[in-house]
Design a protein around this ligand. Structure first.
Ligand code: 5AD
Ligand code: SF4
Ligand code: FES
Length: 364
């Protein structure tokens, strides 16, 4: 028996073994992918859940060193969608059977913003008969805001910690009060406490990042008992401070491969969580997301932001689907998923099985 097989069968998922699994090649690597697919079929099935992604606004109070829409980037034309644009996109997702929505935005906490999101949630729930599962992804907020948004119709929240190792976290964020590592973790806990299906994630292939950091990230997902994960390769953006380290990065092919291996290992260690095949994977390889689906991912997020705003939401370079209308992405994804041997779960919210289990455990 090879080592990877031994570790996986005996479930010996400590940090050193995870580092080992992140480093293997050849047959052992293939074994990991095959095992991840088997576990996916067994625990969550072959279905791919769609979440229509609305990029609500690129106005952001933060200045993360990696991100193209950071506050300090004066080249970006800032926007937010008006109410009608959001409602139309939500209706599109609903009518087309996507089952759920993700509304994503730069981070801000001002009153107007919090009220506007509340208002949009209420209107979306009205227009779609509460049939859509709604996820928010708009950074750190107060407990009061989380409760308000939940009451207005949000069920899920995504907040990537980006890097669970505090030193690495500080290397990729400014060292000030609004970029606090502790605050980020507290927010994640607050989401669980307020009853959200809770998602997080990291970037893979960051400058200064080691396999040991990535192994710790996997262990954090498990210790936090996270319900959903979105992770993808870090991709450099010229108008950001981290760009100066571009020559130290893993080659793109390896960065993608490492990202897919993280997906596979997460599926193996957590079994019933929802894992996204992310857009950043497609940026590095046209078939990147399909590869992730074959290695354990079960969620895709077709972009349904009106096309004229997409140039404004360039988190990283070469982001795909800049000119494709929602309908085009829909048919493109259908074809791709069928090619990858998956089936789309139309009209299903696709709540993470892990969340139900976590709730049952809490109620007992
Ligand atoms: N490369 C890859 N992903 C990025 N994000 C932001 N900037 C980059 C980048 N340069 C991701 C972050 C954030 C999400 C919205 O986009 O993980 O949480
Ligand atoms: Fe703002 Fe998020 Fe970009 Fe950080 S990663 S600058 S919080 S949009
Ligand atoms: Fe947008 Fe393929 S997913 S064009």
């Amino acid at each position: 028996m090879n080592n990877a097989k031994y570790i996986i069968e005996k479930e010996l998922f400590d940090r050193d073994n995870l580092i080992y699994l992140l480093s293997v090649e050849g047959d052992e690597r293939q074994y990991i992918y095959q095992k991840a697919d088997e576990i996916k079929q067994k625990y969550v099935g072959n279905k791919v859940y769609f979440r229509g992604l609305i990029e609500f606004s690129n106005i952001c109070a933060k200045n993360c060193y990696y991100c193209g829409i950071r506050r300090g980037n004066g080249e970006v034309q800032r926007y937010y969608l008006n109410e009608e644009e959001v409602l139309q996109a939500a209706e599109f997702a609903w009518k087309e059977g996507y089952g759920s929505l993700v509304i994503q935005s730069g981070e801000r906490k001002d009153k107007w913003f919090v009220n506007q999101i509340t208002n949009l949630l209420e209107k979306i729930s009205d227009r779609t008969g509460e049939e859509l599962g709604i996820t928010l992804s708009m950074g750190e907020q107060t407990e009061e805001t989380f409760l308000r948004w939940k009451k207005a119709g949000a069920e899920r929240y995504l907040i990537r910690v980006e890097a669970f190792n505090p030193e690495l976290y500080h290397k990729i964020h400014p060292n000030d009060a609004i970029h606090s590592y502790q605050q980020r973790l507290e927010t994640l806990k607050l989401l669980q406490k307020t009853g959200y299906q809770t998602g997080t994630g990291v970037m893979i292939g960051l400058p200064f990042q080691t396999k040991s950091h990535l192994a710790d990230d996997l262990l954090f997902f498990k210790d936090f008992d996270i319900d959903m994960v979105g992770m993808g390769p870090y991709i450099e953006h010229e108008q950001t401070p981290l760009y100066q380290y571009k020559d130290q990065l893993l080659p793109k092919k390896e960065r993608l491969e490492l990202s897919i291996r993280m997906v596979a290992l997460l599926r193996i260690i957590m079994k019933d969580v929802n894992i996204a095949a992310t857009t950043a994977m497609q940026t590095l390889d046209p078939l990147g997301r399909e590869k992730a689906l074959k290695a354990g991912a079960n969620v895709m997020m077709p972009n349904i932001t009106p096309v004229r705003y997409r140039e404004g939401y360039l988190l990283y370079e070469n982001k795909p689907c800049l000119d494709e209308e929602a309908e085009d992405c829909k048919s493109c994804l259908e074809a791709r998923i069928h090619l990858a041997g998956g089936e789309i779960a139309w009209y299903k919210k696709g709540n993470p099985k892990h969340f139900h289990k976590r709730q049952q455990a809490n109620n007992n």
